[in-house]
Design a protein around this ligand. Sequence first.
Ligand SMILES: Cc1cc2nc3c(=O)[nH]c(=O)nc-3n(C[C@H](O)[C@H](O)[C@H](O)COP(=O)(O)OP(=O)(O)OC[C@H]3O[C@@H](n4cnc5c(N)ncnc54)[C@H](O)[C@@H]3O)c2cc1C
Length: 376
Amino acid sequence: MAEATMADVLVIGGGVAGVGAGAFIAADARVVVLEREAAIGYHATSRSAAVYIRNYGNATLRALNASAEPFLTEPEGVSDRSLLSPRGQLMIAREDETSALDAYLDGASGIARIAPEDAVALFPILRREGLAAAAHEPAASDIDVDRLLQGLARLLRVRGGLIVTGAAVGALARSGGAWRAETRQGVFEAPVVVNAAGAWADTVAALAGLRPVGLTPYRRSAAILPAPDGFNVSRWPLIVSAAETFYAKPEAGRLMVSPADEDAVEPHDAWPDEMVLAEGLHRYEQAVTTPVTRVERSWAGLRTFAPDRTPVVGFSAAAEGFFWLAGQGGYGVQTAPALSRLAADLVAGRAAALPETVVRALDPARLAAPGPGRAA
Ligand SMILES: Cc1cc2nc3c(=O)[nH]c(=O)nc-3n(C[C@H](O)[C@H](O)[C@H](O)COP(=O)(O)OP(=O)(O)OC[C@H]3O[C@@H](n4cnc5c(N)ncnc54)[C@H](O)[C@@H]3O)c2cc1C
């Protein structure tokens, strides 16, 4: 039998969740991150819209977003300057979307209603007709995702951790007080395994003989369009329809437009569905005064949600040393610092820095369903 590489903690998945948790855990323990692909961040992490929006998501997510913000602005050990840069978010509502806008504003902070005329002043190609209401969230920011991910990877290595790429975990079993993960790069053993496998987290749980928590990957697409003729878009805010039927934001002098699609799919290397993209671009076109002339490039990624759309973070009650870090949905980049710190606290057996209500809302035990195999 091949000799195993020993560690204190194995992390399965080299996206922002796994690399971030690995970097934070490595302050106290020997960490090995196992990533199937040839490079870290290949899946959801490198395909995001790269925005930080404090009010995005349910109350638990809003608490995580707020908790992550200080690290994103002062990312000690990861970068010498803020990972955020000003963008702002403009939420727009047609008459039939005003209740969605009301729901977003409920409990939100740092966002104010503005007149439709002021919305057009902020995003000059917005069509005034049909615009019933708008709200502006000035503190929404762009995130430098690559600097975040590479900085976390560097921090992990500085702390003695290891990232092994091309290392798909194909077998995972516990014996003699340790998890044993088999990959083409060798065998790895540690008493604790962190399941940060993104869209594949339920698949990894199944390898360990655990029941799924019910994660569903949803495809989301995006396209890059040239800037509309005669406009410099660089300082425009992100615009999003209140019912989240599309959004658009400046991206390196061009516009990124997403249909905000959410089609349930199996875990896979995602690509955009041409029809879904075309329909989404049509919805965007209805909201603006300039036509879509050309798509320069497009992509898709998977946003993976638990049934209650809240991340799944904490030790399994059914299998010793099995830690869930999954279901980050559309918030996994902006919440990564908060969830990485929480993972490090819980793995080290420390009291969490986050409020108890938030920690409980994330606990995998809430999703334990009856059925064959061991619970979550
Ligand atoms: C279009 C789009 C826009 C988005 N916009 C934003 C945004 O603006 N802000 C935000 O915060 N979030 C956004 N998100 C969500 C964000 O991208 C994700 O929540 C986040 O990247 C999830 O990180 P992750 O590490 O869990 O997953 P991933 O980055 O997918 O990483 C999981 C990794 O696990 C690896 N893996 C799986 N199985 C195995 C195995 N058996 N062995 C070894 N490795 C394995 C995979 O190869 C993968 O690299 C967006 C997502 C999309 C698709």
